[in-house]
Design a protein around this ligand. Structure first.
Ligand code: ZN
Ligand code: ZN
Length: 245
């Protein structure tokens, strides 16, 4: 019996996932989940994103039709939007994401930033930091600001893989999540988070969501590893949004 209500961060072949929406749904059902959200990458993601916002709406319409034929299972239409600038700008405008069931926002290293300055700070400096090990605190401050602003501005359901490959001040980001009712993701697709960092986030009173970030049917609903880390961090089960009581 599944311990979780659903998996709220997965990718289909509308972006860089390998399976169709139907195949992802079948995988979630076979894992005993009640819900799955299809959250393909926004079009600002270089190489991996949706081809256009129209494609996103097409996927949402498809999901609405699929839901009509399903019993005891729900598919949510969503998107994993990319941060494009310092003020928390994203690649999916409100008039589009308001038509979806769920919005996730994440920092990704290869995006079409919305200005030269933002391209410098968001893309180049994050890369230079990895190779040259310089400017860490500047990069951390910038990344943190973008996520905090995105939480305030767009109030997403969750932020994806906070701190993955792009350093953030966990405490600041978690505080913004708690204040804006945004879930802090525990990401099982990358499994990079430590109990210590989750403890820091938990202290700010955030709610967590454990997601697979699956790009293949095989990994849909693989949420146990995230729960293990959460338990090591001493997180209260009531603080995890998608855990069944
Ligand atoms: Zn992502
Ligand atoms: Zn993802």
């Amino acid at each position: 019996m599944a311990k979780f209500t659903g998996d709220y961060h997965t990718h289909s072949n509308y972006s860089d996932g390998r399976a169709t929406i139907d195949e992802m749904i079948a995988a979630a059902k076979s894992k005993g989940l009640r819900e799955i959200a299809i959250t393909d990458h926004g079009p600002g993601n270089i190489a991996g994103g949706l081809k256009s916002l129209e494609k996103l709406l097409e996927a949402a319409r498809k999901i609405r039709d699929i839901n009509e034929s399903l019993e005891d299972f729900k598919v949510l239409s969503g998107v994993e939007a990319n941060i494009l600038g310092e003020a928390g700008e994203i690649d999916v405008p409100p008039e589009i994401y308001e038509r979806l069931d769920l919005l996730i926002i994440g920092l990704h290293p290869f995006v079409y930033a919305n200005s030269l300055a933002n391209y410098w700070n968001l893309v180049l400096k994050n890369q230079a930091r990895q190779f040259l090990k310089v400017g860490n605190s500047q990069v951390t401050n910038f990344n943190t600001k973008t996520l905090v602003e995105a939480c305030v501005k767009h109030k997403p359901f969750a932020i994806s893989h906070p701190g993955l490959g792009m350093p953030i001040d966990i405490s600041e980001v978690a505080r913004a999540c708690a204040r804006n009712d945004v879930a802090y993701e525990i990401n099982c697709g990358h499994l990079y988070q430590t109990p210590e960092e989750l403890k820091v986030a938990a202290l700010k009173g955030v709610e967590f969501v454990i997601n697979s970030d699956a790009h293949f049917t095989e990994t849909v609903g693989n949420l146990e590893p995230g729960l293990e880390i959460a338990m090591k961090a001493g997180i209260d089960k009531g603080q995890i949004k998608n855990l069944l009581n």
